[in-house]
Design a protein around this ligand. Structure first.
Ligand code: PEP
Ligand code: MG
Length: 928
């Protein structure tokens, strides 16, 4: 007995194909099958599978699978039967469209051929059948051009040139001005173009036309346009492997006044409003709408022109949306009073529309709440939370850096924080432009509309601070050379001066010359409702990183459930505290340091009280001082320069004093009142004491110098060397809590220690906390409840998590530092040096400072959670690194059972939605 070889089915009739199998039939093909099968009037046709495409692309000589054309012929026979027409039949011709369609929609990226089946025999038949010579010749010339371009590889201009010549000769401004004879002449010229360009006549055999078109569509999958598109949108081979080919009976919207063609959305994609939306053209082909040759009319006007068709269109729209349970973007044609749907797909829309339609479709019982939550891309919400550049603006950027903190703003350039503050006081809008920023620039951040740096990455100081404040930041724009001393910046040939207006877009990293209008953000009631549903579903709590009243207020408004990280150093940098902090650093001994700390403590206490009250009764996690203290001092070079300037000034002051004395001799005593007094008496002493102070600072800066400050004397190491600093902070936290309790606020303070690598460090700080706790309780006569925890941001801390949990009630992963220490990539430099190259060449899939590296850093976290909870099963664990606001990272945090994620205030809504999605999809989560 011989076994019959099983043939692979490559073709699927619209009546039979599985409408759910987009991978095999492509999105468009699957939808055409589904629409046909639910009884929507779709012109009959069939799909050639993506499997056939892949087999074809795999062959050396570009051979179609041997069975394919046999199956295609069978399908054509069936089409002939269904339509009563014949493929290549001169009297009653079947004409086809051939279109691509992959699993993921790639609009306009691949090729389409229309009117296939026309040749010198079918054309006269078409003229006879339609009685419309002009229409037939117009269809023919369109077919020759499209086929010539797509299947035969002839460039557009070979056709456009002679076409334009005819138009010019006829004095025609639009194609509609051309006559049947003109189109006939054009068709004949086009046939000659094909002969001249390919050395062969235009194929007359309709099956040859079809076969060449199928190959052309397959080839377009590997065309440059399609490859670039896939790269741009990160479409992997696995997500969309190959394209299907859709072969469909042509219907014509351009056969007369009872014909039309149009495109529509089932709801308004700009606002989300539930109304008929779209445009149409009477007596036209789809191409005319897309190419903008004629101006289409709003769909409502169809009601007047073709009332019955409009009614049917409304029914079609309702049907599509109820069936797909999603807003649809559809195309239709009316041929001699019959409405056909040519295509439908899920509609792309902006974030406002996405949110509104989600809410309304739930109310209309089209989708469930969970489905509504899953149909919004959390990142999309960013559009709603920051001002954006006016989408109408077409201006080209002058430079590009990293998109470090989203939002857009314009302002006059200033090159240092003090000037920013001064300009702000004068009511001016400014952009702070620096090589890189330091904690001492904080007042400049407050004053500026946005920040631009020429160095540093997305976790650089500038980026993190700006994100925390919700201000736009472009970081590491290396094409800009900043000269701080001259107060200029060079960008290519352009020199920018202080006061020049620029616009930065922190969402794209673009920098523009001049002011560009922005569109303000809207945190709508609709979004609030959706996010309240998200909170009901999510397992993770969403906290915010916030260290100011403004950030905390915004975080609360955006739905934060507490503060997960308050970086206390930010409070030290405000201009009224920095001098005190400097005194503390310059102190010669503990006593002098304590004096400075005693002045600082009530100020810190006030800061903490503000945060506790805003957040009451939610937890507020205060991180004890972290950065190396030299960060509060100017750098060595700057100090040296200032000392030189001051010394020069001292001479000037002396000179002016000499001048004053001389003037006294020259003038009579009575006139002396009118003498200029550029410096008050004692000016010289003032300058001298300034020089002394700066020299003292210089000595300290040199003493504190470290080759590698990020791995240096910071965090808990600082707390152990200067215990009085941590003691002051702990006391300020507990006193603030005590005072809030007394004022009737329910507050939940938490304190955490940065940079811990061994449990002994934690125990050391815990001793301080216990001592101060007892003292404050006694002093205020209250019982104080708080939590004590450890940041986990060095690799060793992960490995020793079991021991650390003996001393900590919670862990907070500082994944900025943990990523830095795991990869040994400097968080300040990597993003500008080699990371882009790593991403381009797929050495790393993502930037690990942005998206948590789940396989490396994430694995360390998983171990730490596991071991920590072995010691303390109810250990609360969170993340407060920048990745905490990133949806993919949030999925991982949900997966390993974290208690909360903490992110900058403007990302809180994104994190709330992402946490709900993480929960809803947790069963499908895998690290691969
Ligand atoms: C971290 O390292 O992830 C963190 C939150 O701390 P910082 O960024 O302040 O070092
Ligand atoms: Mg850190």
């Amino acid at each position: 007995m011989t076994a019959t070889a099983k043939t692979t089915p490559y073709t699927y009739s619209f009546k039979k194909g599985d409408g759910k199998n987009k991978k095999l039939l492509g999105g468009k093909g699957a939808n055409l099958c589904e629409m046909t099968q639910i009884g929507i009037n779709v012109p009959p046709g069939f799909v050639i599978s993506t499997e056939a495409c892949l087999e074809y692309l795999d062959t050396k000589n570009q051979d179609l699978p041997s069975e394919l054309m046999i199956q295609v012929k069978k399908q054509i026979k069936a089409l002939e039967k269904d339509t009563g027409k014949g493929f290549g039949d001169a009297d009653n011709m079947l004409l086809l469209s051939v279109r691509s369609g992959s699993a993921l929609s790639m609009p306009g990226m691949m090729d389409t051929i229309l009117n296939l089946g026309l040749n010198s025999k079918t054309l006269p038949g078409m003229i006879k059948l339609t009685g419309n010579k002009r229409f037939a010749w117009d269809s023919y010339r369109r077919f020759i051009q499209l086929f010539g371009k797509v299947a035969l590889g002839i460039s557009d201009e070979k056709f456009d040139k002679p076409f334009d010549l005819v138009k010019k000769r006829e004095g025609a401004t639009a194609d509609t001005d051309l006559t049947a004879n003109n189109f006939r002449e054009i068709s004949e010229i086009f046939l000659e173009v094909v002969q001249a360009e390919t050395g062969s006549p235009f194929p007359e055999d309709v099956y040859e036309q079809l076969q060449l078109s199928i190959k052309a569509v397959f080839n377009s999958w590997m065309g440059k346009r399609a490859i670039d598109y896939r790269r741009e949108f990160n479409i992997t081979t696995d997500m969309a492997n190959g394209t299907a080919v859709n072969i469909q009976t042509m219907v014509f919207g351009n056969m007369g006044d009872d014909c039309a063609t149009g495109v529509g959305f089932t709801r308004n994609p700009g606002t989300g409003e539930n109304v008929m939306f779209g445009e149409f053209l009477v007596n036209a082909q789809g191409e005319d709408v897309v190419a903008g040759i004629r101006t289409p009319k709003p769909v409502h006007e169809l009601e007047q022109v073709m009332p019955q068709m409009y009614k049917e269109l409304v029914a079609l729209r309702d049907r599509l949306e109820n069936h797909y349970r999603e807003v649809q973007d559809y195309e239709y044609t009316i041929e001699n009073g019959v409405l056909y749907c040519l295509q439908t797909r899920h509609g792309k829309m902006n974030a406002t529309a996405r949110v509104r339609t989600s809410l309304e479709m739930v109310k209309e019982e089209i989708i469930t709440r969970n489905e509504a939550l899953l149909r919004i891309d959390p990142e999309e919400l960013e559009q709603l939370l920051h001002p954006r550049l006016d989408p109408e603006s077409k201006q080209a950027p002058i430079a590009q850096g990293l998109p470090a903190s989203p939002g857009a703003s314009s302002g006059a350039i200033v090159f240092d924080a003090d000037s920013a503050e001064l300009a702000r006081t004068a009511g001016e809008k400014v952009i702070l432009v620096r090589e890189e920023t330091k904690p001492e620039d904080i007042h400049g951040f407050f004053a500026a509309e946005g920040v631009l740096t020429s160095r540093g990455g997305k976790t650089s100081h500038a980026a993190v601070v700006a994100r925390g404040m919700g201000k736009p930041c472009v970081a590491g724009a290396e094409g800009i050379v900043v000269d701080v001393e001259k107060h200029t910046a060079q960008v290519g040939d352009t020199k920018l001066h202080e006061g020049d207006v620029i616009t930065i877009d922190g969402g794209t990293g673009n920098v523009y010359l001049g002011e560009i209008d922005t569109v303000p953000p809207v945190f709508s009631d609709e979004l609030r409702t959706i996010l309240s549903w998200a909170d009901e579903i999510a397992k993770l709590k969403i906290m915010s990183n916030a260290d100011t009243v403004e950030a905390a207020t915004q975080a609360l408004d955006y739905g934060a459930m507490g503060i997960g990280l308050c970086r206390t150093e930010r409070m030290f940098n405000a201009s009224d505290r920095l001098p005190l902090v400097i005194d503390m650093i310059l102190a010669k001994d503990v006593e002098a340091r304590q004096q400075a700390l005693d002045i600082l403590r009530p100020i810190q206490r006030g800061d903490f009280k503000d945060l506790f009250k805003i957040m009451s009764p939610r937890p507020v996690t205060i991180r004890l001082l972290d950065p190396p203290i030299h960060e509060f001092l100017p750098n060595e070079k700057q100090l040296e320069q200032e000392i030189v300037h001051l010394k020069a000034l001292k001479d000037t002051v002396e000179g002016v004093n000499d001048l004053m004395n001389t003037m006294q001799l020259l003038k009579r005593a009575a006139d002396s009142k009118e003498l200029p007094k550029p410096f008050a008496p004692g000016g010289r002493e003032l300058v001298e004491s300034a020089i002394a102070k700066k020299q003292q600072m210089l000595v300290k800066v040199r003493e504190l110098f470290e080759v590698n400050p990020m791995l240096g004397h910071r965090g808990v190491r600082l707390g152990i060397t200067y215990p009085e600093i941590y003691e002051m902070q702990v006391r300020a936290v507990l006193e603030a809590a005590a005072e809030c309790y007394k004022e009737g606020f329910d507050v939940r303070p938490e304190m955490m220690v940065p940079q811990v690598c061994t449990s002994k460090e934690l125990a050391w700080v815990r001793d301080i906390v216990d001592k101060v706790h007892a003292e404050v309780e006694a002093e205020y006569d209250v019982k104080l409840h708080f939590k004590f925890g450890s940041m986990i941001e060095v690799v060793r801390a992960c490995m020793r998590a079991g021991r650390l949990a003996e001393h900590a009630e919670f862990f907070s992963f500082g994944t900025n530092d943990l990523t830095q220490s795991s990869f040994s990539f400097s968080r300040e430099d990597a993003e500008n040096k080699f990371l882009p190259l790593y991403e381009e060449n797929d050495i790393l899939q993502d930037n690990p400072f942005e998206t948590l590296d789940v396989k490396g850093v994430g694995r360390l976290m998983e171990i730490a959670v596991d071991w920590g909870r072995k010691t303390k099963p109810d250990l609360k664990v969170g993340i407060c690194g920048e990745q905490g606001g990133h949806p993919e990272s949030i999925r991982f945090c949900n997966h390993i059972g974290l208690t909360y994620v903490s992110c900058s205030a403007p990302r809180v809504p994104i994190a709330r939605l992402a946490a709900a999605q993480a929960k809803l999809t947790e069963k499908d989560y895998s690290l691969e």
